[in-house]
Design a protein around this ligand. Structure first.
Ligand SMILES: [Zn+2]
Length: 336
């Protein structure tokens, strides 16, 4: 198949990832079968219940974030709070992507360097996928909106350094600072951690000028009301986004998703899918914006060119290669 030509200086595709995406990426656990928690089963997946019970803490139907927030703000459990922070950090740090290509690899390869993935997840999967897919194609931008175990930073300079956790800053050679994962919910103001504040600024600017928005496995929990407000601020008034398309990949029903994300949807300009492979990313990889522009603005009929979801690494590399070659030719022709 000859891929459709890329357009230079085209608008972005922004993807927001939540815990449901990591679980869809590793439905049977990570490389060694370690399970991915979602907020509803977080305490039990991380086996935190015995620790809480020993400390005399009763979990009364709260999710982990609400519980952490209560313990932290009470000031009565400093040892337990530190212990929980370490447990969470260590659990996520150890997670490894399975060897064969996963949904996260497909996601990274379905986008170009102009695009952005902003993740709410603490796990290192996206960073790991970016690392291995960068051998095939230049990856999109990637940011973590709630901190991440694989990312470190140094903000001692005018231009911040962000890189892999455990590395040193390229500007001052000091070790990177770990990003903070847990905050009491009431103080989740997104300015306390400079890395998170930086991420949000970038995401808001990207939401302003993106043409396509995909929300993948992010349920907008009540504890994230501030995050959703920030996203909304970036997206702006839905009546100013009449050509743009919003897409939601989630196992919930269409009706439920439509009502959750109503303030991001103009009229009928939205789609919901149960799997990544039925989405604009899975069906129009690396050309989603070009193709959706033709469909939505120029009313053209477009054909899909689905990403080969069962391909091994070699087959996947061969499949992506013609796309990358065309992108290089287009970039050279435009003098970029
Ligand atoms: Zn530095």
């Amino acid at each position: 198949m000859t891929p459709p030509l890329p357009t230079h200086n085209i608008r972005r595709h922004v993807v927001i990832l939540g815990a449901g995406a990591s679980r869809a990426c590793c439905p049977n656990g990570d490389a060694v079968g370690k399970n991915l928690p979602v907020i509803a089963d977080f305490i039990d997946t991380l086996k935190l219940r015995p620790k809480l019970e020993t400390a005399g803490v009763f979990v009364d139907g709260e999710d982990f974030e609400a519980l952490y927030s209560r313990l932290m703000t009470s000031g009565k459990y400093p040892v337990l709070v530190k212990d929980l922070e370490d447990e969470v950090f260590n659990y996520f740090t150890e997670l490894r992507l399975p060897k064969e290509p996963t949904i996260y690899d497909h996601l990274v390869l379905s986008l170009r360097s102009k695009d952005l993935i902003a993740s709410f997840n603490w796990d290192p999967f996206l960073i790991q996928a970016m690392g291995r897919c960068s051998l095939i194609a230049e990856p999109p931008h990637c940011l973590h909106l709630h901190g991440n175990v694989a990312t470190g930073y140094c903000f001692q300079h005018e231009r911040p350094s962000i890189g892999d956790r455990g590395e040193n800053c390229r500007q001052c050679a000091e070790p990177f600072v770990d990003s903070q994962l847990l905050y009491p919910v009431a103080q989740k103001n997104y300015t306390a951690d400079p890395l998170i504040a930086f991420a949000w600024k970038f995401v808001q600017a990207s939401l302003k000028d993106c043409f396509l928005l995909t929300i993948f496995g992010y349920g907008a929990p009540a504890t994230d009301v501030e995050a959703v407000n920030l996203m909304k601020e970036g997206w702006g008034d839905v009546n100013d986004r009449v050509m743009e398309e919003t897409e939601i990949i989630d196992i919930r029903s269409d009706e439920d998703l439509r009502s959750t994300w109503d303030s991001f949807i103009h009229s009928h300009h939205y789609q919901t899918h149960n799997t990544f492979y039925d989405s604009m990313l899975g069906l129009l990889p690396r050309r989603s914006v070009e193709m959706m522009f033709r469909q939505l603005v120029e009313a053209e009929f477009i054909e899909h060119f689905p990403l080969p979801k069962d391909a091994n690494w070699e087959e996947l590399r061969d499949w992506v290669r013609p796309f990358v070659e065309q992108e290089k030719i287009a970039a050279n022709a435009s003098g970029a």
